[in-house]
Design a protein around this ligand. Structure first.
Ligand code: FPP
Length: 265
């Protein structure tokens, strides 16, 4: 059997297992670049470079599967604590990747958005981000969100500050603040919460990623190091997600009753 035939067969086997249960929003912590490089006696930065290839594959496969939003955690607010040389390589890599890939994203109908505090980025990087977002803003096939200098707590704090300003100037009363008003001020206000969270690299933590938005998200932890993350491992996560029962506080019986009621109408 040819290689492409066997890839086709495995894709259709996976599609059957998914039964149309594709997560609308997938959020990923791409961890393990440093360890991948160390295993090969390479500098950590070589791991980040190899990570870009895994980013490309993941974007392509998610778009093919019909995922609407893919969020990748590229640089956390805490990553500034890394050695200056590594931070500077990561920034250069981010800028270079935007330069090289924006046109391709655009050709594939993918909208790019960057979330996080941009104030600390160089003017060149900020300009590049603006240009890539402008180029792709009308695309609808999939939205790719790069979280850069992002922290979940930072996001909640800046949302709280915006609400506080509205209260200060009398536009809003403190008692009127509820979950939906706060959520409306977060970076992701116009997007669905993630359905599936994936963390590679074997660590079992959220690490200040989307702390508000992950409240009801299905979590999937993979031992694969990010540069080795590929279609097979992503399919494993998608199949596992498709098998989960999402109850949102209800009981299994209530969900079964509801789906019977829907199918009989
Ligand atoms: C974590 O691995 C990875 C990062 C902090 C950076 C992720 C960046 C990329 C994949 C490349 C650039 C991405 C884009 C979107 C342009 P680690 O260094 O913490 O690995 P370790 O846990 O093995 O040390």
């Amino acid at each position: 059997m040819s290689q492409s035939r066997s890839a086709e067969d495995s894709t259709s086997a996976v599609s059957e297992e998914l039964q149309g249960r594709i997560p609308r929003h997938v959020a990923v912590i791409m961890d393990g670049n440093g360890r991948w490089a160390k295993q090969r006696h390479l500098p950590r930065t070589a791991g980040h470079q190899a990570g870009v290839t895994a980013v490309r594959k993941t974007v392509e496969h998610c778009a093919q599967c019909g995922v609407e939003v893919l969020t990748l955690f590229a640089f956390s607010s805490e990553n500034w604590r890394r050695p200056a040389e590594e931070v500077s390589v990561l920034m250069r890599l981010f800028q270079l990747t935007l330069e090289r890939e924006s046109r391709r994203l655009h050709e594939h109908g993918i909208r790019l958005r960057v979330i996080g505090d941009r104030a600390a980025f160089s003017p060149d990087l900020r300009r590049r981000i603006d240009e890539s977002e402008r180029l792709t803003r009308d695309n609808r096939k999939m939205t790719l969100i790069i979280a850069a200098n992002y922290g979940g707590r930072w996001d909640i704090v800046q949302a709280a500050q915006r609400l506080a300003r509205q209260v200060e100037c009398g536009e809003l009363s403190g008692d009127a603040i509820d979950e939906s008003r706060l959520a409306a001020q977060l970076s992701f206000a116009d997007l669905p919460d993630p359905d599936l969270f994936i963390r590679t690299g074997g660590e079992l933590r959220i690490s200040n990623f989307l702390v508000w938005q992950l409240a009801y998200t299905e979590l999937f932890f993979s031992d694969v190091l990010w540069p080795d993350f590929d279609e097979t491992e992503l399919n494993r996560a998608l199949v596992e997600y498709a098998r989960r029962e999402r109850r949102f506080g209800h009981t299994s019986e209530q969900l079964r009753h509801r789906s019977r009621a829907v199918s009989s109408t």
